[in-house]
Design a protein around this ligand. Sequence first.
Ligand code: FAD
Length: 335
Amino acid sequence: FLRPSKPTVTSPASALARLLSTLALLEQREGKLNPSSLSAVTAAQKLGGSITGFVAGSGVKAVAEQAAKVEGLEKVIVVENGAYDKGLPENYAPLLVENIKKGGFTHVIAGHSAFGKNLLPRVAALLDVQQISDITSIESEDTFIRPIYAGNAVLTVQSTDPIKLITARGTAFPAAPVSEGKTAEITEGTDPNAPSPTEWVSEDLVQSARPDLSTASRVVSGGRGLKSKEEFDRIITPLADALGAAIGASRAAIDSGFADNSLQVGQTGKNVAPELYLCAGISGAIQHLAGMKDSKVIAAINKDPDAPIFQVADVGLVGDLFEKVPELTEKLKQG
Ligand code: FAD
């Protein structure tokens, strides 16, 4: 005979807040925290409950000390092992699963970066739960909003899984602030040392002194209207220099060889939301808009007054970019 248990007098909200505990994945490269991880911490704060950071690699104690100052993190778990330096999902996924189980976390959040996108689906498969990608808003502890069809529709996802694995879009959540006066507890995590079939061989990185495209406060982008790589460099680079901006490009410009692949903005490129997005010779296809329409101010130069980019632009200039962009660059240089 089962007797119903006596109701307790705690409010549902406070009971929930006590049960929720989120593991925020901290991505690092050469001892520096990736800004998308700080956005993931902000997203975790919106869930409520306690937040623990997680970082693994060689020499990551220094990263953990940086993370301990991030507002919202109560604890940082650190696993010191060079095998996790490059974030290879084949060995990182079992490491994460082990630590999620040990900590009894209800939510795991990572930035929607190549690292988060590569890793969390594997972790989800190992835990036999659904992964929820690229969220832009949190409605409650089990309900999330994410854009679909290149941002043309918005999906509300409710999950009944016991552990929610989420990647958060960096441009939708501001970076959690760092406070010098604060320190979170740093503890050692469990290291399963899982064998990996994959080995890190090498990487070819495009080195640039410019601000990082994903996080820059100003972006200057060029499209197919630039006509060639030489013209792209001659017209776009000086304008970006004058504004201290990162350079972006449309897919048509990338496919035509005007700029490096890493500079593509859009559905299949990077998502950016700078203070200023200034573009020239870009028509404004929906796949391009998907990656930049959340920019605070959008300025566009195009010779076609009916170009769709003008529908989202705050400031538009109809004219020949080969004339207008150098004119603008010159004015900016003169201050
Ligand atoms: P165009 O559409 O050819 O526009 C060139 C513009 O330059 C025109 O508006 C023209 O009026 C203007 N122009 C020409 N000469 C001048 C001049 N002298 N002065 C001023 N203006 C001039 N695209 C992306 O950008 N990012 C993505 O991530 C992306 N992902 C995609 C994913 C899928 C699945 C698909 C199907 C497509 C994707 N695309 C993406 C491609 C997208 O549909 C467009 O083809 C692309 O964005 C067009 O690039 P564009 O605006 O540079 O070129």
